[in-house]
Design a protein around this ligand. Structure first.
Ligand SMILES: Nc1ncnc2c1ncn2[C@@H]1O[C@H](COP(=O)(O)OP(=O)(O)O)[C@@H](O)[C@H]1O
Ligand SMILES: [Mg+2]
Length: 306
């Protein structure tokens, strides 16, 4: 496992779907409590750029800093699953949270939770993430942009949006900057507080500040509801006067469109090397969901092109 010889304990059940930044996620029972254990490995200096930079979106130990600081332990709108323990050694950090029981949540309710959460004062911590979308797109730029989208029927649209990215990023920087979870997929917001008013979220590795609406746009990639009603629910939950519905729609739209296209380009690039024309790959099971996600953004894409 780790170079250190850190090992999961016998009886822990490995959970599927742990992302690249994680050495593993396990379900376990510790001291009679149902918990989830997540192991973060300290990166080598030559690993991905940014992982050792505290404010970088990919900072490797932010989830541990969030748990140790308690900044979102009681946050309104959305809070962290209760922390059981955080153990640090030379090679990484082991994070233990209470296991959250999964409850289906409607998109409008989640949108309102994100709106209330936007008002949280996170204080000044060097490890809060900044410039999330800008740095993600900078990583895409290092790889040469959306190179595989350039080989699809949406090449012109993609090229236009890619060229305009700085304009939209600058506009988003001019919006109110608020607290954001940074990765509010439905899977990362599994639970509810006992009163049922607020959400319980996991996977806080991207916590920081960003344009009003950005978290909502990210959430909208995974909800059934259209972005219009989601924006209404989010705005109604914001502190009065913080932002207009148009401003929220802009923050949400830019995050949703640039994220959907980046994911689609990445999914296409993974299958593009094999035999056959790229057009034959649009139905590939590892691509088709990203095509559908992009198609759901057509109105948002049009609004950015207008
Ligand atoms: N506290 C928790 N309660 C319930 N399930 C959890 C918890 N933490 C993680 N999981 C499960 O493990 C998966 C991966 O954990 P997560 O922290 O989201 O890591 P990743 O960075 O890989 O997305 C989650 O999608 C969820 O299914
Ligand atoms: Mg996750």
């Amino acid at each position: 496992m780790d170079a250190s010889g850190w090992q999961p304990e016998p009886g822990w059940q490995r959970l599927p779907g742990a992302g690249p930044a994680t050495a593993g996620v396990w379900s376990a029972t510790i001291g009679g409590r149902d918990v989830v254990v997540k192991r973060l490995e300290r990166p080598e200096p030559h690993d991905a750029p940014g992982v050792l930079v505290a404010a970088d979106v990919n900072y490797w130990r932010r989830a541990a800093d969030v748990a140790l600081s308690g900044v979102v332990a009681d946050a309104p709108g959305m809070r962290e699953a209760p922390v059981v323990r955080v153990e640090e050694d030379a090679d990484g950090v082991t994070l233990v949270h209470e296991r959250v029981a999964h409850q289906e949540a409607p998109g409008l309710w989640l949108a309102a939770c994100l709106g209330r959460f936007a008002a949280v004062d996170l204080g000044e911590h060097r490890w809060l993430a900044r410039d999330q979308l800008r740095s993600r797109l900078a990583l895409v730029e290092r790889r040469g942009g959306w190179r595989t989208l350039a080989r699809t029927p949406m090449a012109d649209v993609a090229d236009h949006l890619w060229t305009q990215r700085t304009v939209w990023l600058d506009r988003c920087d001019a919006l109110a900057q608020v607290a954001q979870h940074g990765d509010p997929s439905a899977a990362n917001i599994p639970g509810r507080t006992p009163t049922g008013d607020d959400a319980i979220a996991i996977d806080w590795a991207h916590l920081g500040r960003g344009p009003v609406g950005a978290d909502l746009g990210y959430l909208s990639l995974a909800t059934r509801e259209d972005v219009g009603p989601l924006v209404e629910a989010y705005v109604a939950a914001l502190p009065p006067g913080l932002a207009t519905a148009d401003e929220v729609a802009t923050g949400a739209r830019v995050m949703a469109v640039y994220t959907a296209l980046t994911r689609l380009d990445w999914a296409l690039a993974r299958v593009a090397d094999g035999d056959g024309a790229l057009a034959g790959k649009f139905r590939h099971p590892s691509v088709a969901p990203y095509i559908r996600a992009m198609q759901r953004q057509v109105d948002q894409i049009e609004a950015l092109l207008a």
